[in-house]
Write a protein that binds this ligand. Structure first.
Ligand code: F6R
Ligand code: MG
Ligand code: MG
Length: 370
């Protein structure tokens, strides 16, 4: 039997240059050094370090399975090293996602975002890793639904016998910390009834129904809930396996050609279009955004990471980017008004309680008119 390999994508915002815009090259170098040493010691098989906006991204392969203290400890060490650089250079928000000084075996619940997928490597194993900034895990709900349940996006659902029976969605409730398995297409309307509420119900995993193969994983950490106060948007990551009885790479990417509105722009308090970009545009300068997504294409070969291919570096996504610009212009003109600004319960910054407190004597009760 082929050895099981785990792909771990762990990210954190540990500081950035000139605001919350982009990771400093010295931070990437510091994290790379830690992971290179671990590779040499045989703790991991392979790795790649990158960033999207102000989020440092560690992509690692190993045989230890998900949630392993060695791997999470290693990620923690790499983030600490990058945070140290941030402090030395006085970068902005140095160490912001490292919520606890003491590492206790698992980064889940500490701050960093985690997506891990354990697989038995197929004869050829094409995988996409997605990395987003200025948004939340629920941003993947709409595109993942389209990839794994919408025949108007994914032709294979209709014409590939291997995926014709559909997929199973694990939907996670971030408030109750519980999850439910729902089948597509049979329970499609129930799935949509939940995942349309992107701030609470999140597509966490997707399995192929015919054989339970794990096809996709999304990070579900909600930093604001973990910390009990705002400490930065929980900019998410996702892993999606593709081809040979799964959605083709092109079917997966197709779902991102529509720059849908997601929460998390400026001060984590605004909706904006999710713009699919190549790595060179993975920095967020307009109104700290708009929310950005990169997609990296890999083949996993005996645990080795072959790639990446910068998948949105394609003129075919120019129009999605242009639409995102138009949507950004349009929605920005709402300024402080909803629905550009999030609802009061979801805003990461607010003065509303103070304003209400100050004005409370000046509110005059009005009798209801007959
Ligand atoms: C951070 C983010 C930014 C900040 C904004 C204000 O990831 O999304 O939009 O919220 O730049 O940051 P502070 O309060 O640090 O000045
Ligand atoms: Mg970020
Ligand atoms: Mg940030």
């Amino acid at each position: 039997m082929a050895e099981r390999v785990t792909l771990s994508v762990i990210k954190a915002d540990v500081g950035s240059i000139a605001g919350h815009h982009v990771v400093h090259p010295d931070q990437l170098a510091a994290a790379t050094k830690i992971l290179a040493e671990a590779k040499q010691k045989g703790i991991i098989i392979d790795f790649y370090v990158t960033h999207v906006g102000d989020d440092l991204q560690l992509i690692m392969t190993h045989t230890k399975g998900p949630d392993h203290p060695d791997i999470h400890g290693l990620a923690w060490e790499a983030f600490q090293a990058a945070a140290k650089v941030a402090r030395e250079l006085k970068l902005y928000a140095a160490g912001q996602d490292l919520l606890s000084e003491a590492f206790s075996g698992n980064v889940r619940g500490l701050g960093p975002g985690v997506a891990e997928l354990e697989m038995e490597e197929r004869t050829s194993e094409p995988v996409i890793t997605f990395h987003a900034d200025k948004t939340e895990p629920g941003a993947f709900n709409l595109p993942l639904f389209r990839v794994f349940a919408d025949p108007f996006n994914t032709a294979g659902l209709v014409i590939d016998p291997k995926m014709h029976s559909g997929f199973v969605f694990e939907v996670y409730d971030v408030v109750e910390s519980s999850s439910v398995l729902l089948k597509a297409p049979e329970e499609m309307y129930d799935i949509l009834a939940l995942i349309g509420t992107t701030g609470r119900y999140i597509v966490r995993r997707v399995y192929r129904k015919s054989d339970n193969l794990l096809a996709a994983v999304v990070s579900v950490e909600r930093l604001s809930l973990i910390a009990g106060r705002y400490v930065g948007k929980d900019d998410p990551v996702a892993i999606v396996r593709a081809q040979h009885g799964l959605p083709a790479v092109g079917e997966v990417l197709e779902a991102f050609a529509f720059p849908h509105l997601v929460a998390g722009w400026m001060r984590g308090s605004h909706y904006g279009p999710l713009m699919p970009v190549p790595m060179r545009y993975a920095k967020v300068t307009r109104f700290d955004g708009p929310p950005r997504l990169i997609a990296l294409g890999w083949n996993i070969s005996r645990g080795k990471l072959i790639g990446p291919v910068d998948l949105f570096d394609d003129v075919a996504f120019d129009e999605a980017r242009r639409q995102a610009q138009i949507i950004a212009d349009y929605i920005r003109r709402h300024g402080p008004f909803m629905p550009h600004r999030l609802g009061p319960e979801e805003m990461e910054y607010t003065t509303l309680p103070d304003v209400l407190e100050r004005l409370k004597e000046r509110f005059v009760k009005q009798e209801a008119r007959k």
